[in-house]
Design a protein around this ligand. Structure first.
Ligand code: B12
Length: 506
């Protein structure tokens, strides 16, 4: 008899580089003792999932799809619809999108089941039931299912330490597919977050906590990855809040110094936590262990906004961490949000000027800016609803949002233009740094722009003036002319992310 199979699918999220599909690797480990085959398809690298489903439909007992709010929604639907149309395989959606919007997802005909929050425990329980051919799903916490077309959403499990489960198996993917920039690999060392920022998806999960993997296990994984990927020297810890546990961080650093003197790494921190937890000696150890960059949510240049979104720090703290990192030769990278309703112009102005100020303190600072999207129910969400805003109510409305953007009437076109000019022109010029992934043919164009436009852009930063963008307009015309001439196209899968990222093209 054919062995039963579970197919797990990670739809493409972005046209930029993506890391390994950790969500699926974390799930595989909890069912590997159940005598069922698990096959992982990452759409970024494996194209033949439909053929696989077609060829194996009699032995596949479940198709599981991981979905976060991104282009994944669109491609998840395509595979799910195909599967429903051409087989009897049940389709399960998991990940942050069904966690945040369970009813929206489960209401669709192409979805039979959803799993909310951490998947490990409910996923294992579900597979056991499917293997037994029983359908009494009411005992599985975190599961949503249908009974005679009625949607049933069970209560969820508490947030648990998933690092206590068996280790993930890197052999389930081709690790070399995830080797980036000829030196880097993304890795998950901790999970969750212990902050209460009320704009973050995590704030929807009230009892969310922060858990760390054991430092020794992390070092073993790093050794394994280094031994199996030629040229790997840099790790990006893509955790939400790597630095929130000092004992853990210092232990990792200690082991890195002991066993991996020649690697560098970057990770995320909450600004206040970092400033409170780490002294100068700690930062020296962190640097010595290879830390080359720390990224943080600086979020806003407006103290009032920082207070109201519960960041627990102010502008001075942002400046303080930037100076501290600079002094210790660790690069900083800040994410910010602009245009909070109902007075978007106020924080917009403060934040853009603040960014200019920060850049004058440290030219190596990396910055990403997004327009604030009121997805969680805080004060700004209420203000936004007064202005006619509503979160999409159906799966199709979310798909539309991804291609045409969210309707946020308080954001004016000149704001979009100014943010775009800041990201695409002023920052590269003041930093004299090509936008990431700039094609070789465009580098000489940028070199020219760096010389011609630097004085005026520098002056702008000194007087903090980002209006009347004749220089950026001209500069971008020149860049776009050469892009067109060389057939370079920017194809963004996520049009709703209306700000700019550090990544320009890929
Ligand atoms: C890494 C990451 C990315 C990578 C993803 C690719 C990759 N594999 O590296 C990249 C860089 C592409 C990315 C992009 C984006 N991301 Co992102 N990302 C993350 C991050 C930091 C870690 C994801 C991860 O691998 N976690 C580790 C795994 C083990 O955990 P997990 O994914 O949560 O999976 C568990 C459960 O969710 C569940 N589960 C997940 N999938 C499935 C599937 C099934 C079948 C089941 C049963 C269970 C299940 O079980 C898993 C094991 O417990 C998360 C935050 C987080 N902690 O998850 C944000 C997060 C997922 N991203 C988010 C967002 C919004 C984005 C962006 C849209 C915007 C942005 N600014 O980041 C973009 C989209 C694309 C773009 N603009 O280009 C949000 C999602 C919000 C939402 N409601 O969907 C999160 C939660 C961040 C946040 N705090 O808001 N992201």
């Amino acid at each position: 008899m054919l062995r039963k199979k579970i197919v797990l699918f990670y739809p493409i999220a972005t046209n930029f580089k993506q890391g390994p599909p950790y969500a699926l690797l974390f799930l595989e480990r909890v069912v590997r003792d159940l005598g069922v085959d698990m096959v992982i398809f990452d759409e970024k690298h494996n194209e033949n999932i439909l053929d696989y489903i077609e060829d194996n439909k009699s032995s596949i007992i479940l198709l599981g799809i991981s979905v976060m709010l991104s282009n994944q929604i669109i491609n998840a639907r395509k595979i799910a619809e195909y599967t429903k149309k051409n087989s009897k395989i049940p389709v399960l959606f998991g990940g942050w999108f069904p966690t945040a919007f369970p009813e929206v997802v489960l209401a669709e005909d192409f979805v039979d089941l959803i799993i909310m929050k951490q998947g490990e425990i409910p996923f294992r329980e579900l597979i056991v039931k499917l293997l037994d051919d029983t359908k009494d799903f009411e005992t599985i916490k975190g599961l949503g299912y249908k009974n005679n077309n009625i949607l049933i959403i069970n209560e969820s499990n508490n947030w648990t330490n998933v690092f206590e489960f068996p280790r993930i198996d890197f052999n389930k993917i081709n690790i070399n597919n995830y080797f980036e920039n000829n030196n880097m690999f993304r890795y998950i060392a901790t999970q969750g977050c212990n902050c209460n920022c009320n704009f973050c998806t995590f704030s929807m999960i009230k009892e969310i906590r922060h858990f760390t993997n054991q430092p020794e296990k992390i070092i073993e994984d790093i050794t394994y990855l280094k031994n199996n990927i030629q040229g790997l020297t840099h790790f990006s810890f893509i955790d939400d809040n790597f630095f929130s546990n000092r004992t853990f961080v210092l232990k990792v650093c200690d082991l890195l110094v002991k066993y991996h003197t020649n690697i560098t790494w970057n990770a995320s921190a909450h600004i206040k936590q970092f400033l409170t937890l780490y002294n100068e000696d700690d930062i020296k150890i962190i640097k010595e262990s290879g830390c080359s960059m720390i990224w943080c949510g600086a979020e806003s240049g407006d103290n009032k906004i920082l207070e109201k979104i519960n960041k627990n720090f102010n502008r001075n703290d942002v400046i303080k961490i930037l100076r501290l990192l600079r002094k210790n030769q660790i690069a900083a990278s800040f994410n910010l949000m602009v245009a909070f309703p109902p007075n978007p112009a106020k924080d917009f102005n403060k934040t853009l000027k603040f960014i200019m100020h920060l850049l004058l303190i440290d030219r190596s600072l990396e910055v990403a800016v997004n327009f604030y999207m009121p997805f969680t129910k805080n004060e700004y969400y209420l203000e936004a609803t007064k202005l006619g805003f509503s979160i999409p109510k159906t799966y199709a409305a979310f798909e539309k949002m991804l291609s045409s953007g969210l309707e946020m009437k308080w954001i004016k076109n000149n704001m979009r233009r100014q943010v775009a000019f800041l990201g695409e022109f002023y920052l590269p010029v003041i930093k004299r740094k090509y936008p990431l992934n700039t094609k070789t043919v465009l580098k000489s164009v940028w070199n020219f722009l760096f010389i011609v436009f630097y004085p005026i852009v520098y002056l702008r930063f000194i007087i903090r003036f980002y209006g009347l963008n004749f220089d950026a307009f001209l500069g971008m015309k020149i860049v776009n002319y050469f892009k067109k001439r060389n057939g370079i196209k920017l194809n963004n899968l996520n049009n709703f992310m209306v700000g700019f990222d550090r990544y320009m093209e890929d």
